[in-house]
Design a protein around this ligand. Structure first.
Ligand code: URA
Length: 301
């Protein structure tokens, strides 16, 4: 990030935090400014360095050298071309952490969706290892996540944690994020969730694209139809897509059922489908798979 850009960003964030601490909830921003703010910062290419994998050291990926990437002039709600490779930008771990922290700072004060900014308790940025080789993407925070500021901590989250552990990993080995960083509001209702609107998704998903660009996972798992739609921009139906490898800007993406679906439908056959998707993910990451793991959720174990 250029120092001018960094200073400007720091000053802007500082100013907004100051306004917020003094009770200001909204600021007027021109469309032009919003468009500029939605652009990723300029990245500077680094000398290539082997990455250390928390999952499989033998499967370390080389990081390519790239030319400097200029900010693009995408409209605010547009998505990157999901079929073309995402930019691979080699960063030292210090630069990576700084880029992630800067992104977090922007997301935590985001008020692009005024209705969600005013109803949320917390922005749910994401959690986990920024060097993760595996990243899970869900839909949006629910009430528990909104209260705790962490994705997947409610009942569906407990199930996701069990799935991750069944793969031989811990939550801290992977990164977990959502398409939306704020809980979709439900005015007039004391409970319940709603699906994010297309506008909310288009507004928030650029943050997820930036998270993925910084983390550079080797494999993405999209949990449920909304995650697939947000990442790939298509809605072919989760029943048709799950279990079939897709590509998100050059990164293999496995669509699978949302854990909330497994809570609603307790059939062994549905659990097995998700588990087969995870076995496929483990295979892609060259993780060891035991005979016991291979047979989870089959009748004969
Ligand atoms: N469902 C999601 O999609 N994300 C969460 O963080 C929690 C539940």
């Amino acid at each position: 990030m250029s120092s001018d850009y960094g200073q400007l960003l720091d000053a802007t964030i500082h100013h907004l935090q100051d306004l917020k601490s003094r009770g200001t909830r909204y600021v007027e921003v021109s469309t032009e400014t919003l468009r500029s703010l939605s652009q990723p910062p300029v990245r500077v290419a680094q000398v290539s360095k082997p990455a250390v994998s928390p999952i499989s050291k033998s499967a370390d990926r080389p990081i390519e050298k790239t030319a400097e990437i200029q900010p693009t002039s995408l409209p605010l709600a547009s998505q990157p071309e999901t079929s073309s490779p995402r930019p691979v930008v080699a960063k030292s771990s210090v630069e990576k952490s700084a880029a992630f922290a800067a992104l977090r700072d922007r997301v935590m004060v985001c008020v692009k969706c005024a209705h969600l900014a005013s109803s949320r308790k917390n922005v749910v940025f994401g959690v986990g290892n920024i060097d993760a080789q595996l990243m899970f993407v869900g839909e949006a925070p629910g009430a528990d996540e909104d209260a705790q500021g962490e994705p997947f901590v409610g009942r569906a989250g407990e199930l996701l944690t069990k799935i991750i552990q069944a793969m031989g990993l811990q939550r801290g080995d992977v990164f977990i994020a959502n398409i939306l960083k704020c809980r979709p509001d439900t005015p007039g209702q004391s409970s319940g969730n709603r699906k994010p609107t297309p506008d909310e998704m288009a507004t928030c998903v650029p943050y997820l694209h930036e998270q993925i660009d910084i983390i550079q996972p080797r494999v993405l798992v999209a949990l449920g139809a909304t995650a697939i739609e947000g990442l790939l921009g298509k809605t072919m139906g989760i029943m048709k897509m799950r279990g079939n490898w897709q590509t998100y800007r050059g990164t293999p993406l496995m669509p699978t059922f949302h854990p909330a679906y497994l809570l609603r439908n307790q059939a062994m056959s549905e659990k097995r489908k998700v588990w087969e998707d995870m076995l496929s993910v483990m295979g892609k990451l060259e993780m060891p798979i035991s005979e016991k793991q291979r047979n989870y959720f089959t009748k004969v174990q």
